[in-house]
Design a protein around this ligand. Structure first.
Ligand code: CUA
Length: 344
């Protein structure tokens, strides 16, 4: 009879402490607002884990504290406690129950993954370029942006590439996360559900400015999105038209920032991952890593170095340190060269 009373008391205490622990943990508000369809299944699974954690924490601490308090040695007790050895039924019970629970979590985890990766054939496709240390988003209409604009309630398929090292695309409000791997295209599907402004963070340590690899994400209504696309497209077409003429140093300077050149090439003469652009153009007998020299740093040499950086490596720098920018339009390369020419 005494045993039944202990059992009932401990069960009640375990349930109470489980409840209090769960309430305590969830009231910390560690999760930001959920802003995507994918966040639903993830948060549900996360919540289930928090309940499980609260229960296991309570199960261990309640039984331990209860034993310490209730079964402590009373004054005058000098003998040994009862000698208890093994309990087959208990061992079978506490093997089977966790096994079933873990398998069950495996099954719902797989189903969760299926929901999160569900494919919408009409998804909007955006190309994501990650580089040290920023993001660029290329839209199907041809223009690119440093802000990720997305229409609400429409799935977006992000096709992600890195031009240098590993990065990881992560918008905490969308919950899901995906690595960018050099030489590979990785995919992530997101259906934003809540209009607002968020940030994409880089969740993979990628160098000294990793913590600053942040870009804005703006989720707007379908109508506002279409207006934005029209505006971007008009600016892009105007730029195309303008760049059909003479190369332009101002546009080159803009590209220097947008493409991430500035991460490796200084404008003040200081050597970075790559040579400084200051005083580069017009240099004579420019030394290369293989011992030879380039007689004159001219437009042709600069173009080649942008498109095929490993052909001629400047003395003091490493091969493969710079990715190829062969995807740029000729006019863009010309603009960059024009900008370098102004850096005397
Ligand atoms: Cu990119 Cu960290």
């Amino acid at each position: 009879m005494r045993n039944v009373r202990h059992f009932v008391t401990v069960t009640a205490l375990v349930l109470l402490v489980t409840y209090l622990t769960y309430i305590g943990l969830t009231s910390l508000g560690l999760m930001p607002v959920a802003a995507s369809a994918q966040a639903g299944p993830i948060d549900w699974l996360f919540d289930l884990h928090v309940i499980m954690m609260s229960f296991l924490f309570s199960l261990i601490t309640v039984i331990m504290v209860y034993s310490l308090v209730v079964f402590r040695r009373k004054p005058g007790e000098t003998g040994d406690g009862a000698h208890i050895e093994g309990n087959t039924k208990l061992e079978i019970f506490w093997t089977i129950v966790p096994l079933v629970v873990v398998i069950w979590f495996g099954i719902i985890g797989a189903d969760n993954l299926r929901q999160v990766r569900a494919v919408d054939p009409n998804a909007l496709e955006v190309r994501v370029i990650g580089f040290q240390w920023s993001w660029r988003f290329e839209y199907p209409e041809g223009f690119s942006s440093n802000t990720l604009y997305l229409p609400a309630n429409k799935q977006v398929l992000l096709k992600m590439e890195s031009i240098d090292v590993l990065h990881s695309f992560w918008v905490p409000e969308f919950r899901i996360k995906q690595d960018l791997v050099p030489g590979r295209v990785t995919e992530l599907r997101i259906t934003p559900t809540l209009e607002g402004e968020y940030q994409v963070l880089c969740a993979e340590i990628c160098g000294t400015s990793h913590a600053y690899m942040v870009s804005p994400v703006v989720v707007v209504s379908q109508v506002a999105y279409e207006t934005w696309v029209t505006g971007q497209l008009a600016a892009y077409e105007a730029e195309l038209l303008a760049s059909a003429g003479q190369p332009d140093a101002t546009r080159g300077e803009k590209l220097y920032t947008e493409l991430g050149c500035k991460a490796c090439h200084s404008l003040d003469g200081a050597a970075g991952v790559g040579p400084s652009w200051k005083g580069l153009f017009g240099q004579e007998n420019h030394p290369l890593a293989d011992g030879s020299v380039v007689a004159l740093v001219d437009e042709e040499y600069l173009q080649e170095s942008i498109i095929a950086p490993n052909n001629k490596i400047a003395l003091g720098f490493n091969a493969n340190a710079m990715p190829s920018f062969s995807y740029l339009r000729d006019a863009q390369v010309a603009d960059l060269v024009e900008f370098i020419k102004t850096l005397k």
